[in-house]
Design a protein around this ligand. Structure first.
Ligand code: SF4
Ligand code: SF4
Length: 146
C-alpha cells in the first residue's frame, strides 16, 4: 500500500467567520463620520442614519466580514444580535445551534461559563498579529487557521 507522508496529507478546517467585535477595531478608526462605533459594552455597531456608504470600513476590516446592504446601501455586518442581547437575550446563532457550539458570555463576570472556558481551555483568535484584539474566541483553534 502507498504510504503518504504526514506533511502531504491535506487537512480541512471549518471555521465560521463573523464580526469579532474587536476591542481595538480597525473599522471604527477608518469611518470618517463616526457611523461605526463601539458601544459602552464593547459591541461594534453601525448607525445607519449616519452611514454615507463610503465603504472605508469594508476595506478596513482585516477579517473581511463587512458588506454593503444591497437595498439600504449602507455598511452591514453581524451585530451580535444587539437588539436581543441588550435585552438579556441570546444571539440567534447561539440559540439555533443544536450542539451548543456557539456561546455568548459576559467576560466581566468571572463565573460566566464563557469566561471560565477562556481561562481553562485552549482558545485562539483569528489574526492576533493585527492587534485588533478580537472578542470572538475559538476553542481548540489550530495554528494553521489563525
Ligand atoms: S471584525 Fe472587522 S468589522 Fe468587526 S469589529 Fe473587527 S475590524 Fe470591525
Ligand atoms: S460605509 Fe458607513 S460605516 Fe463604513 S466607513 Fe463609510 S460611513 Fe462609516
Amino acid at each position: 500500500m502507498l504510504q503518504v507522508p504526514d506533511d502531504e496529507i491535506a487537512q480541512a478546517f471549518f471555521v465560521p467567520k463573523l464580526c469579532n467585535h474587536c476591542a481595538t477595531p480597525a473599522c471604527v478608526q477608518v469611518c470618517p463620520v463616526g457611523a461605526t462605533y463601539q458601544a459602552a459594552d464593547g459591541a461594534v455597531l453601525i448607525d445607519r442614519t449616519w452611514c454615507i456608504g463610503c465603504g472605508y470600513c469594508i476595506m478596513g476590516c482585516p477579517y473581511g466580514v463587512r458588506f454593503f446592504h444591497p437595498v439600504e446601501h449602507v455598511a452591514d455586518k453581524c451585530t451580535f444580535c444587539y437588539h436581543r442581547i441588550s435585552k438579556g437575550g441570546n444571539t440567534a446563532c447561539a440559540q439555533a445551534c443544536p450542539y451548543g457550539a456557539r456561546q455568548i458570555g459576559n467576560l466581566k463576570d468571572p463565573n460566566d461559563p464563557v469566561t471560565v472556558a477562556l481561562m481553562t481551555q485552549r482558545v485562539g483568535v483569528l489574526r492576533d498579529e493585527y492587534g485588533t484584539k478580537p472578542q470572538v474566541f475559538y476553542l481548540g483553534l489550530n495554528k494553521e487557521v489563525r
